[in-house]
Design a protein around this ligand. Structure first.
Ligand SMILES: Nc1ncnc2c1ncn2[C@@H]1O[C@H](COP(=O)(O)OP(=O)(O)OP(=O)(O)O)[C@@H](O)[C@H]1O
Length: 202
C-alpha cells in the first residue's frame, strides 16, 4: 500500500497547503485526485514520489519510507516531459539513467530507433512523453503517479499512452494516482475518486 501519513507541507511555512493530510492507495487501485486549480494536486504528486519532502509526516510503501537513493518504487510522470529530462542528454542516455530498458517496452510505446539519437528539443511533446513513460516503467514501479500526463497530446497519442499505462498497471497490479482535468478520462480509468478539498485541512 502507498500511504501518505499526517502530511504537512507548504512552500511558505506560514501558509501550508495541507495539514495532517493522509491518503492510501492499494495495489491495483487507480485513484483520481480532484481539486480546483492551485489547490496542490501537483505538489502532492511530487511529495508522493519523493520529489518534495514534507515539513511533517511520511510517505510509506508497505510501511517503509521511500528510499533516499536508488530507484523509487513510486514513479512520477509529469505533465511537461521537457521538465523531466536533462536537455543536454541524447534520449539513449536519458533512458540509460535507469539501466536497460526492454525493447518490448519501447515497441509498445512506439518509440522509434532513430529517436534515440536525438536531444529532447528534437522531439515532439508526445514523443518525449513516451520516453518519460518508458523510463518510469522500466524501473517496474509499484505505484505510478500520473499528473496530467496526456493533457497536451492529441487524442490518438493520448489513447496510446493510456493503453500502455493501464496494461502495465493491470499486469503488475501496480497502484495508480492520477490527476486529469478531463472527466471522460478519469471516469474510464479511475476505480475511485479522492476530492482533495474534502480530504486536506489547510
Ligand atoms: N515551487 C513553488 N514555490 C512556491 N509556490 C509554489 C511552487 N509550486 C507551486 N506553488 C504554489 O502552490 C500552490 C499549489 O500548486 P500546485 O501546482 O500543486 O496546484 P495544482 O492543484 O496542481 O494546480 P493546477 O490544477 O493548476 O495544475 C499554488 O498556489 C502554486 O502557485
Amino acid at each position: 500500500m502507498l500511504e501518505a501519513k499526517d502530511i504537512t507541507f507548504g512552500y511558505d511555512a506560514a501558509r501550508p497547503l495541507y495539514r495532517g493530510f493522509g491518503l492510501r492507495v492499494e495495489a491495483g487501485e487507480r485513484v483520481a485526485l480532484q481539486a480546483p486549480s492551485g489547490f496542490g494536486k501537483t505538489t502532492l504528486c511530487r511529495i508522493l514520489a519523493g520529489y518534495e519532502r514534507p515539513a511533517a509526516g511520511q510517505v510509506l510503501v508497505d510501511g517503509r519510507a521511500l528510499p533516499r537513493r536508488g530507484v523509487c518504487p513510486v514513479q512520477l510522470i509529469q505533465q511537461h516531459p521537457e521538465q523531466a529530462v536533462d536537455p543536454r542528454l541524447r534520449m539513449r542516455k536519458t533512458l540509460a539513467e535507469v539501466g536497460e530498458v526492454p525493447q518490448q517496452l519501447l515497441d509498445d510505446l512506439g518509440i522509434r530507433e532513430e529517436w534515440l539519437q536525438r536531444f529532447p528539443h528534437e522531439l515532439s511533446g508526445g514523443e518525449l512523453q513516451r520516453f518519460c513513460i518508458a523510463r518510469a516503467l522500466a524501473t517496474r514501479p509499484r505505484y505510478l503517479i500520473c499528473d496530467e500526463v496526456s493533457t497536451m497530446l492529441d487524442a490518438v497519442t493520448q489513447a496510446h499512452i493510456w493503453r500502455v499505462l493501464l496494461a502495465y498497471a493491470e499486469r503488475e497490479r501496480a497502484g495508480m494516482l492520477l490527476v486529469s482535468h478531463t472527466p471522460a478520462l478519469t471516469n474510464r480509468i479511475a476505480t475511485r475518486t479522492l476530492d482533495l478539498t474534502k480530504a486536506a485541512c489547510r
